[in-house]
Structure formats: C-alpha cells, structure tokens
Design a protein around this ligand. Structure first.
Ligand SMILES: *Cc1c(COP(=O)(O)O)cnc(C)c1O
Length: 391
C-alpha cells in the first residue's frame, strides 16, 4: 500500500488532493480497501454510482456488449445507440426528442455552448456565480468560481455571471446578444445550494419571452439523485437543453446533451465526438435507466434523504449552521472547516465529500440499504459532536 501510494504520487499528474486509502472493490453502497476494510461510500465517485458499485444489471450489460461490439462511431447506425436515444427522448422534462452523446459532464456542457451559439447566432451566455459546469475551457468559463478559472485566463469571451437566485440581476443581464442562460437546479460543488422556485420560473419565463435558450446542468442532480428522475421535475422546469453525465453510464464514462425543439441548425459536421455514443457506454446506460425506472430508485433517494436530513437536523449539533439538499444530495454547512470531519469520518468507515471549505456533502448511492443509512446518520452525528467538543 505504501508502495502503491508512492507509485501514484510519483507518476500521476499531481492535480488531485489525495486521501490515504486504496480502494480495490465495491458492491452496492460499500467499498473495500486492499486490507479488506469496509467503508460506506457517500462519495460514490462524485455522484456517479447512483446504482451503487457493480450493480448486477449494469455488469451484465457491459459484459454482454463487450463481447458483441465496443466501438462504433456515430457515422454508422447501432442497435444499442438507437435504443438509448429513443429511451432518452421519452425521459426528458418536456419534449426533448434528440440527444448529443459524449463521455463526460464537461463535454455535455461544451456541446450545449456550441449548440446555443449556432442555434441563436448570438454570442453571449449567462451563468451563475458559485456554479460548477466542468473543467474544459468553455465549461470552465461558465463556472462561477474564481478558484477554478482564474489561473487559466484568458477565458472564453461572451460569458456573463450573475448572482444565483437573483431575478433582477438575470433580467438586467439578458439582452439581444444573449444565446442562453445556464443554471444548476441545486449548485453542487458550490455548496449544495438549491435554487428558489421563483428564480427558476422567472428564468424560464424570461428565456421564453426573449428567444433565449434555457440550459439546465443536471450532471450531478440528474437520474434520481434528488428524489425525482430530474431535479427539474420538482419545479416543472422544461429546459431547451439538459446536460447529463456522472451516473448515466453506471460508472462507464458517458455524457448526454438532451435537446428540445427550439434548438436549431445542428447540421452534419458542426460537432462530434470519437467515443460519443459508443455501444458499450450505450448498453451500460440502458441498463441504468431500466433499473432506475423499474425499481423506483428516485423514490428511495427521496425517502432516505429525508431521514438523514431530519435525523441530523434534530440532533441540534452546535457546530452545524444549516442542512440543505434534496433527496440524497445533502450538504451540511459547518461553522468550521470540513477537512477534519472528512478525516474522522473516514477513520470511522464513512467516505464523504466537501463542497467548498465548510460544507460536508453526502452523495451516497441511491440503492443504499436502510441499516447503512442508519450507520451514516449515527456516525455523522458522533463525529460532528466529538469535533465540537475538541474544538
Ligand atoms: C461534475 C460536474 C460537471 C463536470 O463533469 P465531468 O464529468 O467531471 O466533466 C459539470 N456540471 C456539474 C453540475 C457537475 O457536478
């Protein structure tokens, strides 16, 4: 293990904060390190493992497809892709008949930026402060957090950022050059901050009125995480483009930009991706959607999420400022730094995430079992109260 650490540390790019644990196996909401120690995984690959690790239906689909056909560019037709595209067309909030398939969240955002510009022939895109939309230059420019983007200036021209949940600021920013407005329904990396329903409604109304495309980034909130298939569904929002990735492929890299009828001019040659829509990722995604819909996974997320938020809330911990979230996307804002809490949780067998410096973020697999939910609650309360005493 010490060996493995030093090999990775010596030869990796160096761009990640590392934790001292080597994960070698996973099943459901659990992962194991190389010594066989068990952890409840409330990181879930940053919200990738909505169906948990190695879900049998996903494993089965990957195994089968791997022996049939792994790669096939979109210049040819393919059975798995056709089936997935049709399925996605029935899934989206509102009428989204088409999808662009890619391999990650940031690519789903890049596609939306390009489609917005080519469709409206306007240059500007409005995004929100504290947002996170990805790390490639276009998505990074939209991302409203200087710590990610400032070192990489100059960024994309034509991006305007407004305070989240501020209708007035949005109204003032929209003009005849605005191609699109892009928002998260709950800002994930920005601290698990839900949008006000009035803000979303106003944004939708404004976009419709001004011929501006409304793009919703559900890379983290999508596919059951918040207790409904899409976070949009809580607010009756019908975007013109919906960006998905993270859990879509059940762990296989997969992203999608769902496209509504107001998006025009997507002619052959305007965009593309070598791996986009490959049969292996499509087969995995089909298995994911099948399980999500037929096993009522979003409803489970809603129920478990409520229980965690209620139990932690009712324990009135003096170092907790606020608990926010929806379904199994939970942020516990602390009155101090989150790092020692993450370390202590890991010692106690729970892997969790930060969202900024002071927010503890829990993104467990939606298939988490009831007794594991209880273990998460007990451990979080225990760790938060012990840190209160010691600080
Ligand atoms: C993770 C995330 C992205 C970026 O996804 P990658 O697959 O890491 O490129 C974009 N938007 C949101 C809301 C995310 O949570």
């Amino acid at each position: 293990m010490a060996d493995l650490y030093s090999i990775e540390d010596r030869h990796t790019s160096g761009v990640y904060y590392k934790r001292d644990i080597t994960i070698v196996r996973g099943k459901g909401a659990l992962v194991w390190d190389q010594n066989g120690r068990e952890y409840i995984d409330c990181v879930a690959g940053h919200g990738v493992a909505n169906l948990g690790h190695c879900h049998p239906a996903v494993v089965d689909a990957i195994r089968k497809q791997a022996t049939n056909l792994i790669t096939c560019p979109e210049i040819f037709y393919n059975d798995q892709r056709a089936t997935l595209l049709e399925r996605l067309s029935k899934l989206g909030p509102g009428d989204m008949q088409r999808s662009f398939l890619c391999n990650s969240g940031t690519e789903a955002i890049e596609a939306a930026i390009k489609f917005a510009r080519i469709s409206t022939k306007r240059p500007e895109i409005i995004s929100a402060l504290r947002s996170f939309h990805g790390r490639t230059m276009g998505a990074l420019t939209l991302t409203g957090q200087k710590k990610y983007s400032a070192p990489f200036a100059p960024l994309l021209p034509g991006v305007i950022q407004i305070p989240y949940n501020n209708i007035e600021a949005l109204r003032n920013a929209v003009n005849q050059d605005t191609a699109a407005v892009i928002l998260e329904i709950i800002q994930g990396e920005g601290g698990v901050r839900p949008a006000n329903p009035e803000f979303l409604q106003a944004a939708q109304g404004l976009c419709n009125e001004k011929g501006v495309l409304f793009i919703i980034d559900e890379v983290q909130t999508g596919l059951g995480r918040t207790g409904k298939m899409f976070a949009c569904d809580h607010y009756n929002i019908e975007p013109d483009m919906l960006c998905l990735a993270k859990s879509l492929g059940g762990g296989i890299p997969m992203g999608a930009t769902l496209i509504g009828s107001r998006v025009k001019n997507l002619e052959p040659g305007t965009h593309g991706s070598t791996f986009g829509g490959n049969p292996l990722a499509c087969a995995a995604s089909l298995a994911v959607l099948e399980v999500l819909e037929h096993e009522n996974i979003p409803e489970r997320a809603a129920r478990h999420g409520k229980q965690i938020m209620k139990s932690v809330g009712e324990s009135s911990l003096p170092n907790v400022r606020e608990i926010r979230g929806l379904g199994l996307m939970i942020g516990i804002e602390l009155k101090h730094k989150v790092t020692p809490v993450l370390k202590e949780l890991q010692q106690s067998g729970i892997l969790a995430l930060p969202a900024g410096n002071t927010v503890l973020r829990l993104l467990p697999p939606l298939v988490i079992e009831q007794d594991h939910v209880e273990r998460v609650i007990d451990t979080v309360i225990k760790v938060l109260s012990s840190i209160t005493k010691s600080s």
